[in-house]
Design a protein around this ligand. Sequence first.
Ligand code: BGC
Length: 260
Amino acid sequence: MPETESPTTPGQNRGFGVDVGGSGVKGGIVDLDTGKLIGDRYKLLTPQPSTPEAVAETVAEVVRHFDWTGPLGVTYPGVVVNGVVQTAANVDKGWIGTSASEVIGAALGGQHVVVLNDADAAGIAEQRHGAGRNRDGVIVLLTFGTGIGSAVIHGGQLLPNTEFGHLEVGGKEAEHRAASSVKERKDWSYERWSEEVTKVLVTIENAIWPDLFIAGGGISRKADKWIPLLKNRTPVVAAELQNEAGIVGAAMAAQADVTR
Ligand code: BGC
């Protein structure tokens, strides 16, 4: 078979991911061999209120924009077990108990959909294609945004639905202490905010002793301003895939269901 027809030709092993966030729903076609987007991503605003039906329709619009009919992965900002949503810290509470995979699948005429936690998606993408590639041991990815999301990966395997953002740290939930939304709301400097982030990292590292933290979320774009200020013991590196990590991880999850 000529090289160009090989199934491993870059760009042939494609998937599709959609990342559902509090403000935007974005998706794109992913080259699963390289973890890069093929072409542009497409973004729509998250409907408000962010009910399951409204969000499912928006996800479907993003998918139809690309005429995609293959394997589909979608992220959700809360705990998802077997496609069913269990928590809704920063989205409409109507999600709790909803089968996200069924509601989104129905909006797409019965298409099979794998739904997973947003930070878990970012974690598997960063581990395979970003800041965690070629790193052994236990990796903890944290996303700093409206809340704090977490992913734990060991030997390439995801431990799904860790919720370190809701750990109690000094009498307060970690994400109420150190999400990047807290920095904005309180108009804190990076110095002040990094003290809170340090407390959260120390609580996590004392519990599970990871080998590496990967810091993700929008604020990781300014990583040089705050990662050097952290005082915990485990090395912290910035995420590399930035706002594409969720899309890439969702596409990976649809190819090989990592949520179980
Ligand atoms: C949710 C997590 C989610 C994170 C980031 C938290 O409030 O509980 O499941 O990963 O926010 O969206």
